[in-house]
Design a protein around this ligand. Structure first.
Ligand code: ADP
Ligand code: 5GP
Length: 240
């Protein structure tokens, strides 16, 4: 049983307070892990590496109206939707969050989050700062990680080397990068992506620490009460 089920959720709200509030993820001890960064910061690369190294994480495949890049596969990298289809699904209430980024629509399907959480895995989400704000409101137990490039020079170099954007698209992404960077203080964790292996290890350490954070330990109050009861019994028995 989670602390929330015992009456106090991750925000320390009791059941009556929480009733009027957004809910924590309705699955075991798994939670959404949100990675954001300016374009080229390395969140996709880090997410991919994590998925390859850990079997306790799954990826939330987002929907987008942008065109697929060379090598991108529908259903693996994104669900590529027409703008009309995206808007239809948004109106149907299918998205847990969605936002317009660099002139395209992006969104996380509620069904995608449930799919991953239901497999008993944490759900890694590579989303922008607007989406992270929405997720924090509706999934209060989300863990938010901002991935920072080691320097502006390195970011520009990585973006240019990736060769996935036209010069105009690059400018659009740099403009968005300014908004993303200004939101860094909204995130709980910051990982500098200089050495990739180290950055991946750090995100993994965040996950491991979050799993044992007091607020997430399943049945903590019950376990401690049982411990106390056993010790009290022993004290009473021995002092007779
Ligand atoms: P984002 O998803 O944040 O836009 P990507 O994961 O696509 O960024 O990374 C941008 C580019 O930088 C990619 O070409 C990727 O291979 C490269 N890259 C990411 N992290 C590192 C790193 N630590 N060292 C060197 N190159 C990196
Ligand atoms: P890209 O086009 O480079 O794959 O992604 C562009 C931006 O859209 C990145 O900042 C990425 O994090 C963001 N993004 C990708 N998927 C989603 C999503 O489902 N929701 C939101 N809000 N942003 C997303």
């Amino acid at each position: 049983m989670s602390p929330k089920a015992e009456g106090v959720d991750a925000r320390g709200l009791d059941a009556s307070q929480a009733a009027a509030q957004p809910q924590a993820s309705a699955f075991g001890g798994q939670f959404p892990v949100i990675l954001s960064s300016p374009s080229g910061g390395g969140k996709t690369t880090i997410a991919r590496e994590l998925l390859g190294r850990r079997n306790d994480v799954g990826y939330s495949v987002s929907c987008t109206t942008r065109a697929p890049r060379a090598g991108e596969v529908d259903g693996r990298d994104y669900y590529f939707l027409s703008r009309e289809e995206f808007i239809r699904r948004r109106e149907a209430g299918d998205f847990a969050e969605c936002a317009e980024v660099h002139g395209n629509l992006y969104g996380t399907l509620k069904s995608e989050i449930s799919r991953v959480l239901a497999t008993g895995k944490h759900v890694i989400m590579d989303i922008d700062v607007q989406g992270a704000r929405q997720m924090r409101r509706s999934f209060v137990d989300s863990v938010t990680v901002f991935v920072l490039p080691p320097s502006g020079e390195v970011l520009l170099q990585r973006l240019k080397n990736r060769k996935t954007e036209s010069p105009q698209q690059l400018i659009d992404r740099l403009n968005s990068a300014l908004h993303e960077l200004r939101a860094v203080e909204e995130y709980e964790y910051v990982v500098v992506n200089d050495d990739l292996a180290l950055a991946v290890q750090r995100v993994g350490s965040i996950l491991d620490a979050e799993v044992v954070s007091r607020e997430r330990v399943a049945g903590l109050r019950h376990s401690v009460e049982a411990l106390i009861a056993r010790l009290e019994q022993e004290i009473t028995h021995t002092s007779r």
